[in-house]
Design a protein around this ligand. Structure first.
Ligand code: SF4
Ligand code: SF4
Length: 126
């Protein structure tokens, strides 16, 4: 199910011409609506459900609609916390029940790979 931007919570990231949700979307699905000062999904059907925009929004303004088979209508997955301690998701079920789930974070750091000089051949025909 596609991401859903809560326009009450989204402030368009102020004057930013390219808010984090727009920058991170791999399918260029999120666009900033400058007339309204908010972001929106250009075409919800093209959303890949990758949740990247959900995790980068500084105002937790983006949620994901749960599949109909799971929650019928009006069930949402909402990000509460995203830190090196993990991700806390809040599930809002259609009957008003709220459930929180913490998932551990997998943080990996990569060192800059050693730069190797290109092979130098001696000119012996090899
Ligand atoms: S990152 Fe969040 S607050 Fe900023 S424009 Fe996108 S949805 Fe709105
Ligand atoms: S969930 Fe992924 S594909 Fe869908 S709008 Fe957000 S960043 Fe784009």
């Amino acid at each position: 199910m596609p991401a859903v931007i809560d326009w009450k919570a989204c402030d368009g990231c102020g004057a930013s011409p390219e808010p984090p949700c727009v920058r991170v979307c791999p399918g260029d699905v999120v666009v900033k609506d400058f007339a309204r000062g908010r972001s929106r999904l250009r075409e919800p059907g093209e959303c890949w459900d990758c949740y990247a925009c959900v995790k980068v929004c500084p105002r937790n303004a983006i949620q994901v609609a749960l599949p109909y088979a799971l929650a019928r209508r009006n069930g949402y997955l909402h990000l509460v916390e995203h830190s090196d301690r993990g991700v806390v998701w809040e599930i809002r079920w259609p009957d008003g029940t709220v459930q929180r789930v913490r998932r551990p974070a997998h943080v990996e750091t990569f060192e800059e790979p050693e730069r190797v000089a290109p092979d130098v051949y001696s000119g012996d025909g090899i």
